[in-house]
Structures are given as C-alpha cells and as structure tokens.
Design a protein around this ligand. Structure first.
Ligand SMILES: *Cc1c(COP(=O)(O)O)cnc(C)c1O
Length: 371
C-alpha cells in the first residue's frame, strides 16, 4: 500500500462496528465536550498558580529530559521517591498513566468473567466502565439517597463472595470519607481485595489516609494520583501503594512504556518538591469551606460536606442552571443531574478565590432570575 491509497469511510459497506467484541460494542468515545469557558470548575483540577519553587523544579526537570531514549518501564526513580513519601519500599509502588491506568489494570488482572467487583455508587464512573470493559460482573451497593452514607452491612454481605471492592475516600462526587471501621470489617470479614481510591486525600483532614495499613494488610490497595492536589492532571501520573505481590502482577500486565519520560520527570520533581505545595492545598481547603458556605446561603441550594476539592450541590432545574452558567456566564461545572442517585446535582470544583467568586455571583444572579 503506497501513500496514494485512499479509502473513504463507508465506501465499501463493511459492518466493521458489528465485528467488535460484543462486551465492548456499546461503548462510545469519551468526550466530555469541555466548552472553552472563562472559568472551568468542571474536572476537579488544581487551578491555583503553583509556587515558584515547585513550578521551577518541574520546568527544569522537563528541560533536562532527553527524548530519544525509552522510559524506564517501572519508573524506579519515581517509585523510590513515592516509597519515601509513604514510608514503604519501592516494591510497594506501581506507577501508571494516571490513576485511570492502574484502575483499569487492577480490574484486568484481578477481575474478569466470574470475579465480582463491588462498589458504592454514586462514585467515580470509571469503576463501572472498566468493569464492563474487562467483563467483570459488577454489584452496586447504592449509598443512602439523602446523605450518601454507605450501608456497611449490605456492603460486607455483597463483598463476601467478591474478588474486588472499590471504595473512594474522599468520594467523588459526594465528598464524604470512608469510615475506617467499614474498611476494617471488609478486611476482617471478607476475603476480597479492597482498593481505597484516595485521589483527593490531600484535601482531607489528617488521619484520613489508610496508606499506613498497607504493610499489615496484603489485601488492601491504595490509589493515589498527581492529577488533583499536585496540579498535574495533564501529565498523567498515578500509582498504587500495595503488597509487593499485587505490585508484581500489575507490573507484569501493564503497557510497558505507558508512563513516558516527561511524565516521569515531572512527577519525580513534583513529589520531591511537594513541601512547596502545602500553602496551595491549604488555600484550596479554606476556599472549599468558603465556597460551600456561599453556596448553602443561596436560595434553594443544598450542599453536602466535602473533604475533596469540589462541592456537590442540588438545585431545582439543575441542567438548565448548568447550561446557563456555561452559556451566559462562561462558567463550566459538571452536570450530574441525570446520573442515578444524583438527580438535580451539579459538582463544582474549588478554584481560586477569584474563580469561586465568579461562580457564586453567576449562580446568585441566575437563581434570582429563575425564581
Ligand atoms: C481523578 C480521579 C482519579 C484518577 O485520575 P487520573 O487523572 O487518571 O490520575 C481516580 N479516582 C477518582 C475518584 C478521581 O476523581
């Protein structure tokens, strides 16, 4: 085939879509259609300007990285820095192309036909998506419709013959924390592998993380990412802290070069200079409380307490409110109003003080007009 050959789509009436593996046939490309907006509070990114020390270290690391060599497949320098961060060994860390890759690989390795995944929705939609992709049977133990609490007895019962349980702390999009007693019960009363997704844990109160339990609990796996507090969503770096036997399995089944040299360099610089980030994280937390109070004060707006960098709200006419925020105020938030268990809900990421004020003003104006 030379460069001249051109085959227009559909020219021959081959039903290629019909040849797709049946379990994958219903999937559609993920395109959140991020409309370009003046203020984007839709994806829980860190929108703060980064401290000079941190930003400078990242820039220098990227500039010093040769691009002609393949990456270290296991990202050992980064693993060592992460191991030091958590007081574990290199053998307890596996790095991926974002937390998403390690989540997918965990389901690919420990899920699959006949091995059930248990989750507590509403939660991160990728759990269900990746379960479906890997043909992993999925049992949902829905949270309380009012306060989003987890039904511990129902969860333990569902987990009793499950391969894998995923819990999220703080949970996205509800913002609540995992009760450590529930985790204790899962580890003591079931034989399942338990993943605690701590993507947002840097914004939560001290003592929230269960990463310290990994050394004593080989069935506990903790997920972390550099996409949220570290402000590196575009870099794609996430990891698991787990027993070396889990790390070895995931090291064996991953795409070998999925974490590229630039991602490894940026992540290593970020982890090494993480001390400089503390004021940013503290500001996000204080802005979350201010935003939350401002939202609760608006007529007809319900909020839930959040330990993440986002606030879930329920408001009448949520979809229309979301659309008007985008179209008339150039403010983008996340519309969950048609997601099961999240009727009327929007998720608002915590931005800078200025961004949060734009959102609060826009929403106040809009709700006055809608009243
Ligand atoms: C953002 C997020 C992740 C991981 O995101 P990556 O960008 O792929 O690292 C994992 N879990 C939850 C709940 C998240 O919100």
């Amino acid at each position: 085939m030379g460069g001249e050959s051109r085959v227009a789509r559909g020219e021959k009436s081959l039903d290629l879509a019909g040849r797709v593996r049946p379990s994958l046939a219903s999937f559609e490309p993920y395109d959140p259609a991020f409309a370009p907006c003046r203020v984007n509070l839709s994806a829980n990114e860190n929108t703060h300007e980064m401290p000079a020390e941190y930003a400078g270290a990242l820039r220098a690391a990227l500039a010093a990285t040769p691009l002609n060599r393949y990456p270290d497949p296991m990202a050992n320098a980064l693993r060592d820095a992460l191991a030091e961060r958590h007081g574990v060994s290199r053998g307890n860390i596996v790095v991926g192309n974002g937390g998403d890759e390690v989540l997918f690989n965990l389901l690919m390795a420990f899920g699959g036909p006949g091995r059930t995944l248990v989750t507590c929705p509403p939660d991160f939609s990728e759990y269900a998506l990746f379960a479906q992709m890997t043909e992993t049977p999925h049992v949902a133990v829905p949270r309380d419709a009012e306060d989003f609490s987890v039904d511990a007895d129902a969860l333990v019962a569902a987990a009793s013959d499950a391969a894998l349980v995923i819990l999220t702390s703080p949970n996205n999009p509800t913002g609540d924390l995992l009760d450590h007693a529930v985790l204790r019960r899962l580890l003591d009363e079931t034989d399942a592998l338990v993943l605690v997704d701590e993507a947002y844990v840097e914004f939560a109160p001290e003592g929230t993380s269960v990463v310290g339990l990994v050394a004593a609990e080989p069935r506990l796996v903790v997920l972390r990412t550099l996409s949220k507090a570290f402000g590196l969503a575009g870099v794609r770096a996430g990891y698991l802290v787990a027993d070396p036997s889990v790390v070895d399995v995931l090291g064996a089944v991953r795409q070998i070069y999925s974490v590229d040299v630039l991602a490894q360099a940026a992540a290593l610089a970020a982890v090494t200079h993480r001390g400089a980030l503390a004021p940013v994280v503290a500001d996000v937390v204080s802005e979350r409380e201010r935003l939350s109070a401002g939202l609760s004060a608006l007529p007809g707006v319900r909020t839930w307490p959040s330990a993440g960098n986002f606030v879930l709200v329920r408001v009448a006419g949520a979809h229309r409110v979301w659309e008007r925020l985008r179209d008339e105020h150039s403010v983008l938030v996340r519309d969950f109003s048609s997601a099961p268990g999240l009727e009327g809900c929007l998720r608002i990421s915590v931005g800078t003080r200025e961004e949060n004020d734009v959102l609060l003003d826009a929403l106040a104006t809009l709700l006055r007009e809608e009243a």
